[in-house]
Design a protein around this ligand. Structure first.
Ligand code: IMP
Ligand code: MG
Length: 189
């Protein structure tokens, strides 16, 4: 089964430039000891590339969240951070902000732990889909209302490894999650 339209939205060189810009912004506005909380699993490539360009010393931790039901905003912590964030500056690192429900919930949850500050860093901002406004202090790219895969973003755990962000057809993926594998993964890649 072949894939429908698939097109590169952000190629590797543009991603690298955006990630470098975000790292420079964080370096200019955060202090040593800032806690970066990467949200598993989508933030992994972004976080890995970004932290290697920081000129401040971060503490890195991870959290995994899951939604009870799509679009309800009810979130559950699957894996919590290990660090105590009391009196620390915190930056949540996300792959993409879509409805904003996840981050709204998470920022409130983290605020209860009395950090000194909370900021959000997102590689992608799908601003047209926002249901609840949520601040994004560091943003890589604003994108349109399209389903995207690659550079951490998945469909059914596929495609996170790709070095670029692609817009995909959600109907095609729902019919077959592996629909784009043949054109993306020539064995000679
Ligand atoms: P929201 O902002 O609460 O709607 O949730 C954002 C989360 O939904 C992200 O962290 C992603 O895991 C997922 N998500 C939203 N849009 C996309 C997309 O286009 N591709 C892959 N995952 C997405
Ligand atoms: Mg996510």
């Amino acid at each position: 089964m072949g894939g429908g339209p698939l097109r590169v939205l952000i190629p590797p060189d543009e991603l690298a430039a955006g990630v470098g810009r975000v790292a420079a912004e964080i370096s200019a506005t955060a202090d040593d000891g800032v806690v970066l909380i990467g949200l598993l699993k989508g933030s992994i490539p972004f976080l890995a590339d970004m932290v290697r360009q920081l000129t401040v010393s971060p503490l890195v931790d991870f959290m995994a969240l899951s939604s009870y039901a799509p679009d309800t905003g009810r979130v559950r912590i699957v894996k919590d951070i290990e660090l105590d964030i009391h009196d620390r500056d915190v930056i949540v690192v996300e792959d993409i902000v879509d409805t904003g429900l996840t981050l709204t919930w998470l920022r409130r949850e983290l605020a209860g732990r009395r950090p000194r500050s909370i900021r959000t860093c997102a590689l992608l901002d799908k601003v047209a889909r926002r249901i609840v406004p949520t601040p994004i202090e560091y943003r890589g790219f604003e994108i349109g209302d399209e389903f995207v895969i690659g550079y951490g973003l998945d469909f059914a755990q596929r495609y996170r490894d790709l070095d670029r962000v692609l817009a995909a057809d959600l109907k095609v993926l729902k019919a077959d999650p592996d629909a784009y594998v043949p054109e993306l993964y020539a064995r000679s890649r």
